[in-house]
Design a protein around this ligand. Structure first.
Ligand code: FAD
Length: 319
């Protein structure tokens, strides 16, 4: 559709990226089908080099490093020109004690403890990024699970619940319970007779009872079932207070008007579904591992390419 109107998808993604940041651009890419499951099915197999051929690669991001490693292994002479003083490109980590000078000159000092780190670019490797996962395995980059959806975390809105943060699990369970109750009762009253067969209505009610935690009267209320999902006012324990106290569900009106339901679909998108991974010690470990796998001197750091020219004899890069 975008191309039919004379507006390319590439331009659209670039505009979204400029206006709303790379995360938004990535979402657009995903919805346009560009960020789908990787078609990678195993190591790239390149034929051997034409004798003595050499390749100049611009940029030591993961794309440049992948090209460099594969071409090097196929026998080419490879050189990378990289503007920064490190490999990895956008995929990097700032560590406690690091100092970083931003474009424009502002100097940032990472005053967090040694051993802690921040990933300023990417943080997450989805399970379907087969290529990156395989390079991590081959290059010995240890991975660990990345926990993105934490049911115990809070969602917050200054205008809902008097500004008090609420646990994701309580908002989610109570919203599901209340809406399942409404739908189950409406079904029982025949409100769906025109749309759903009698047999299917029975199964629908059974499903809503199970998924919404409803009782025999199709009501969502404080009890064992809801507490097992939303949590207890007092957890089961030992001794004199072993008996748990059920949590009291919040009212549908309060959930609706708080707008906290807006946060419930976070991290359910395909790109963010479990299981995701991260390198132990920060994303920067991937670029570092690529750089170690290449012969020293392959990457020329601090080399800013300022011109690329092509003529009948070849390509010249000026830096
Ligand atoms: C904030 C943020 C979050 C992200 N989150 C994720 C995520 O969670 N998961 C995920 O899979 N992806 C994520 N991405 C996307 C991912 O980071 C990129 O797709 C990937 O790092 C791009 O790699 P690349 O090698 O193509 O480019 P880059 O990493 O940009 O590498 C380009 C390299 O070229 C160098 N260079 C550029 N111009 C010159 C020049 N003139 N001369 C010399 N060198 C030059 C740069 O210094 C850089 O090292 C995120 C990106 C950002 C910015």
């Amino acid at each position: 559709m975008a191309e039919a109107s004379g507006f390319s998808r590439r331009k659209l993604i670039a505009m979204v990226g400029a206006a709303a940041g790379s995360a938004a651009a990535y979402q657009v890419m995903a919805s346009l089908g560009f960020a789908e499951e990787s078609p990678y099915r195993g190591p790239i197999r390149l034929d051997g080099d034409p004798k003595g051929a050499s390749v100049l690669i611009l940029g030591a991001g993961l794309a440049g490093m992948t090209a460099a490693l594969e071409l090097h292994q196929a026998g080419y002479r490879v050189q990378i020109l990289e503007y920064n003083a490190r490999a990895g490109g956008r995929n990097w980590s700032l560590r406690g004690g690091d100092t970083y000078t931003e474009l424009g000159g502002a100097v940032q000092r990472c005053e967090f403890e040694t051993g802690l780190y921040l990933n300023p670019g990417p943080w997450r490797i989805p399970y379907h990024h087969h290529g990156v996962l395989d390079y991590c395995r081959r290059l010995g980059v240890a991975l660990e699970p990345f926990i993105q959806l934490n049911h115990n975390a809070y969602v917050h809105n200054t205008t809902g619940f008097g500004g008090a943060p609420q646990r994701i699990r309580t908002v989610k369970t109570d919203f599901n319970g209340a809406t399942a109750e409404l739908l189950a009762k409406a079904t029982r009253k025949g409100a769906l007779d025109a749309e759903v067969s009698k047999d299917d209505q029975e199964i629908l009610i059974e499903a809503l009872r199970s998924l919404g935690g409803l009782d025999k009267e199709l009501t969502y209320r404080a009890g064992d079932t809801s507490s097992e999902f939303r949590g207890y006012a007092r957890d089961p324990g030992g001794g004199l207070s072993a008996r748990p106290v059920d949590g009291a569900p919040m009212g549908l009106h309060d959930i609706l008007t708080s707008r906290l339901w807006r946060g419930l679909q976070n991290f359910l998108l395909y790109e963010f579904q479990t299981t995701m991974f991260q390198p132990v010690g920060g994303m920067g470990r991937i670029g570092e591992a690529f750089a170690r796998a290449l012969p020293t001197e392959t990457i020329r750091y601090g080399a800013k390419v300022i011109e690329i020219a092509q003529d009948g004899h070849g390509v010249t890069a000026t830096y």
